[in-house]
Design a binder for this molecule. Sequence first.
Ligand code: PEP
Length: 229
Amino acid sequence: MIYAANFKMNQTRQSTREYLMKLQLHHHKRKLGDRVIVFPSITAIDNYDVDFTIGVQNAYPDIKGAFTGEIGLEQLEEFDIKTILIGHSERREILNESQEFISRKFNFFKEQGFEIIYCIGEPLNVREEGESAVLDYLISQFDGIDLDYSKLIVAYEPVWAIGTGRSASIEEITNIHNRLKERIDRPILYGGSVKPSNIADIASIPSVDGVLVGSASLKVDSFLDILLH
Ligand code: PEP
């Protein structure tokens, strides 16, 4: 299982350091083969002395240049960052990232050999249309994405389950992951209100290869409860 923590626009540089040091002390108690990835906010990126992966929540698809407010490859290389989150629903919806831009970002970081956690997920109105509408929607989010990329990890995150406290049901997760597995031979994480109280059930689904955790990852004890459940 992969356990990924997405801090979003939370934590300072100082609180991130304290968090990572505590995680470093305890994460070795995880099950054999389990893996941890943390996505802090960009101001907290550093060369941390930890033996799990630090990734970035976003970057611009270029080496450097006139892209005010953005972070490019050269700046990630300074901290040996080789893992990136792409396609998160908050970037698609709030930051208006189009599928065309997302696939350009994907292809740039693929060419640089990055591990890419690529997020897909349907909004509530699509979920209400039924499972085949959900699947069509998710498949459209693969436009321009190389599903055979060896460093691709997919994260299925239904938008209506993100940050709402209401996770998708075990049946809903199972059905979508099974259908995705028919098309993709890569790990698939589930994300959307994963917390200590539901991780055991979610992790027991055979087609779930890990979880991407937002709110419940913000306190290190809560993330450790998920990791060590
Ligand atoms: C996320 O945004 O990636 C996420 C899964 O958030 P939460 O766990 O808060 O639903």
